[in-house]
Design a protein around this ligand. Structure first.
Ligand code: IVH
Length: 707
């Protein structure tokens, strides 16, 4: 008979009734193994093999047995993840092997990688002819370092890095992290080192962070005392790990990636860092899928660039990449300098967050009258550009973040996303001499019409409509943009001048502007005026979707405009369509249908369409094609991993608008798995079932094959 703790999960019947088990002690061991296996499938591999209900049933069975036989309850039992009492303080623990930090290469250009490779080659006394050094390339996770100590395969202690020599004992909290094994996976105990310290990063995924803040906001709104939102995932993760009450820590969704080891006693057969990572993976630890190997400086540069391009689409924050010499013997030869290994370096990316001061809070009026509070900032270089404005979204957000003039704030700019104020630094929040709390003005700052906030809406809107010059300007810019009818050269400054001078009130006025009117404007040369006249003329030949989108109907974006055009074929049919008829269009829901109907119920909007047509705007007629075949009709897709350019929602929209379906799990019925990087278990499942796997480029090609 196998020792109770090492029965294989495959041989256990999950739902066998308790009475069917000969021995409660054996059954308890079976259940622990089973729950450990399914927990690993669920948390680490993201590939559950049984429905949640089966897991829960086993869990409850084990809980009942442990209550009846507490003497056989073990610390590695999955029931023991949460259970400790709140602490007064964390105990200080001396690390068996110091937790060192790594040298940071702050040169964010490729030269940073070259410099590291050059240093390594020099230290190893390699000649120019010697082959390139092999490196492991990892992500630099933005969380906090943790040391996990396993004795005889069981987690006995988890410590923070602290000062590198002494850390804090945070075992209770770390036990609540589903991705961290309480017990290592092994076929037999002799396969495991007697002591194994695993080092890695505890972090919070971006979606988990958003959801946590969402819950926190609801609690604050309910009036719960002492609750707050978190400024970024790293902060939230650090707060959770250093939380004295493990029950609260358990509510904070943490994740983990392993990247190294501390003390190891006993067998760990590895001669390279990569082998070591693979051993950790086999024992049940998550190792990031983007981890790889690279040859020489060239390989490092390629990795740095590839990850740089993927950075914003990863499900978690990173602040750089890490290069490590792969061969452990070479690592040893390189050794350490001032408590940093010579064989590893962190190569950063430009910071996406910076501190700056709020100079003022202004309110901007958008195209649909939406009032947006905007923080005017002391210029700061972040995410590769100088930022002077950052949106505060709406009144609730501005108040929730409690941003006030004079505060020091964290500004974030990730990718091409609009810069945003993440939060106020604690020192400013605590200051006695702060500015006033932000309140939204009750009148439009541009036209003084009433500003109202409708039931259930977060935004205030100016009720001035096209009477409001700010809305008029935005409406014109929207119509003239490249994605609409495109009037080249008609930018913000010119529109400001034209509207302020009273030359344009409505869209058709644009086409009544002659050369003379344009040429008399300040700083307008004859040639520029003629260019605008030509551009206006050119814009008259357009398409129905561009024209429709350009009208600026609320909720009608480019995709909806295309769908409407395809469905109805002509503008008059759309203007006259009932809400019901509009609802028949793919992707048009009640809100959009109502918005379109309301727009065309207003005679001045119909008038605008008529006048634009009278001015010569035209497009070639489209066949109404509500029942035209769609390229992806009848196909089911599963999206997994990070796609090179499309976000998940965008990919889903694209597929659905082409008639395809998107499902969450891979089965035999799946037509294609659309896979990006960091694609995990769904990709494995697809391969197992022989489902075709495509990338983003292939999807785009399928979409282009429109009949
Ligand atoms: S290796 C001796 N690898 O960066 C080498 N560290 O100073 C020890 N970090 O706070 C660290 N991702 O928590 C290593 N892939 C990675 C990492 C990583 C993030 C953090 C680590 C520590 C700092 C290193």
């Amino acid at each position: 008979m196998p020792t109770p703790d090492f029965v294989s999960a495959a041989s256990i019947e999950p739902t066998a009734p308790v009475s069917a088990s000969p021995e409660p002690q054996l059954r308890m061991a079976q259940l622990r193994t089973l729950l450990q296996h399914h927990g690993h499938q669920y948390y680490v591999l993201d590939a559950p093999e049984v429905p949640d209900a089966v897991y829960d049933q086993c869990f409850q069975e084990l809980q009942a047995l442990e209550a009846a036989h507490p003497q056989w309850r073990t610390p590695d039992s999955p029931t023991q993840r949460v259970g400790g009492k709140p602490l007064d303080a964390f105990a200080s623990v001396r690390h068996a092997v110091p937790m060192l930090s790594i040298r940071t290469e702050t040169d964010t250009e490729s030269s940073g990688a070259l410099a590291f490779d050059t240093r390594v080659r020099k230290e190893l006394e390699l000649t120019e002819e010697a082959p390139p050094v092999e490196y492991v390339t990892e992500l630099k996770f933005d969380g906090l370092a943790i040391n996990l100590r396993y004795e005889a395969g069981v987690l006995v202690q988890a410590t923070t890095r602290g000062d590198g020599e002494y850390g804090e004992d945070v075992t209770q909290n770390i036990r609540t992290v589903g991705q961290i094994p309480l017990k290592l996976i092994a076929a037999k105990p002799s396969d495991l080192p007697e002591v194994l310290e695993v080092r890695g990063e505890v972090y919070m995924r971006r979606d988990d962070f958003e959801a946590l803040n969402e819950r926190q906001r609801a609690r604050i709104a309910r009036g719960d005392k002492g609750e707050k939102t978190f400024v970024n995932p790293r902060n939230a993760a650090a707060g959770a790990v250093r939380q004295l009450d493990p029950a609260i820590a358990a509510e904070r969704p943490l994740s983990f990636f392993a990247y190294g080891v501390g003390e190891v006693r006993g067998s760990l057969a590895a001669s390279t860092h990569m082998e070591l990572l693979l051993a950790l993976k086999a024992w049940g630890f998550p190792v990031a899928e983007l981890t790889g190997t690279a040859l020489g400086a060239e390989g490092l540069v390629a990795f740095h660039q590839r990850i740089g391009a993927l950075r914003d689409q990863l499900p978690f924050d990173i602040d750089g990449v890490v290069y490590k010499v792969n061969t452990l013997a070479l690592q040893q030869r390189l050794g350490f300098v001032s408590r940093e290994p010579r064989w590893a370096v962190a190569h950063k990316y430009p910071a996406q967050e910076q501190l700056t001061t709020v100079l003022a809070i202004e309110v901007q009026v958008g195209r649909t009258g939406k009032l947006t509070p905007v923080a005017k900032l002391a210029p700061v270089f972040v995410g590769g550009v100088t930022v002077t404005n950052a949106t505060l979204h709406n009144e609730d957000e501005a108040r929730r973040k409690d941003v006030r003039v004079g505060d020091t704030v964290i500004v974030r700019r990730a990718g091409d996303v609009i810069p945003e104020v993440v939060g106020v630094v604690p020192e400013s929040l605590a200051s006695a001499s702060r500015g006033d709390i932000f309140t939204m003005p009750r009148t439009c700052p541009v036209c003084a019409s009433a500003a109202v906030r409708e039931e259930g809406e977060a935004d205030y809107r100016c009720t001035g409509g096209l009477f409001c010059s700010a809305q008029r300007k935005q409406a014109i810019l929207h119509f003239a943009q490249r994605r609409a009818v495109e009037v080249e050269g008609l930018g913000e400054k010119l529109v400001d001048q034209l509207v302020d001078a009273g030359l344009i009130r409505t869209l058709p006025d644009l086409y009544r502007l002659g050369f003379t009117a344009l040429a008399t404007l300040d700083r307008m040369a004859d040639k520029s005026a003629q260019n605008i006249v030509d551009a206006l003329e050119k814009s008259k030949e357009t398409t129905l979707p561009r024209f429709l989108f350009g009208l600026g109907i609320r909720h009608v974006g480019e995709a909806t405009a295309k769908a409407l055009a395809r469905h109805f074929g002509q503008i008059d049919a759309i203007m006259d369509a009932s809400e019901e008829q509009l609802l028949a269009v793919n992707d048009v829901g009640p809100t959009v249908a109502l918005s379109i109907r309301t727009f065309f119920d207003q005679s001045h909007n119909r008038e605008v369409v008529e006048q634009l047509r009278a001015c010569g705007i035209h497009w070639s007629a489209l066949e109404a094609s509500s029942d035209a075949p769609k390229p992806l009709a009848g196909l089911t897709f599963v999206i997994t991993g990070t796609l090179p350019t499309l976000g998940r929602d965008a990919a889903k929209d694209l597929i659905e608008s082409a008639g395809g379906k998107v499902s969450g799990s891979v089965s035999k019925k799946t037509s294609y798995v659309l896979a990006g990087t960091e694609a995990g278990s769904k990709l494995d499942k697809a391969r197992e079932l022989g489902v075709a796997v495509i990338d983003e480029a292939a999807l785009r090609q399928m979409l282009e094959n429109t009949p």
